[in-house]
Design a protein around this ligand. Sequence first.
Ligand code: PAF
Length: 301
Amino acid sequence: MMAATPNLAGDQATLGRALAHLASPRCVVMTMGALHAGHLDLVDAATAYGGSVVVTVFVNPLQFGPGEDFDAYPRTVQADCAALAGRGVDVVYAPTSADMYPGGEPQVSIVPGPAGERYEGKIRPGHFAGVLTVVAKLLGRTRADIAVFGQKDAQQVHLIRQMVHDLDLGVEIVTVATRRDPDGLAASSRNAYLTPAERQRALALPRALHAGAAAAADGVGAEGVRCTLAASLDPGDGLTVDYLDLVGPDFVPLGGTSTGDATVIGAIRVGTTRLIDNMPVTVVGPGHRGCGRARPLPLSP
Ligand code: PAF
């Protein structure tokens, strides 16, 4: 029977007791809270398995670097529980830092490998080690059969899949397409930081990714897609580009003559807010269109 109001477990012992009564398969949706429609899509995907659903809410200090928004990150666990009521969630696990890391920062952590050193990993050193370490702990604590993640964090999902494969973690990883607001901006808890004017500027990112996706389908080739991305996103006016690129399924920059499934990815800063986004694309051959006189890429991986 569908749970009306999730049980709130604030520590590992309470979670363990709650897990004893849950049906299989057990799906986990990991979040940092401040839930929005994109998170609810993940929850709906989890409930569709017909077993039980655990949502974790934890702002993980390990994945924030110095000067990032760890302190400012919205903590809204009561509102999050209210948003989950009636959605078939059995347990919300919202641990404290002391519960998650009782001995302080763990001495052993997960090394993300080469795909974790590019893009987000390059701009945010230590970020993916922090993400993978907490994901591994949460998989262990929730004893999940299935874990559902959003495609919006494409590099994160790639690395989680790699970790599960390389370390034989025995959990199925499911991804859900990015939820977009009507104006095209990808749903993100960090959108709440944007002023209306910043939000308008931020729309340049999904526009550029759409242009890159259209160029890929037009057969301009990988370099042509990169030129289109770069030409479509004009830095300045309070907008900085951290990176824009086209990557293959292994999250390596797509080579010049490669075709097939790929992803256009980007990260920008608008004022003090940093946003990431991506779109799946199919690169159609055999094009080799260069940049001509277009600007070079803002940042190579
Ligand atoms: O994607 C997120 O919200 C976080 O990186 C995650 C997976 C919950 C780990 O803290």
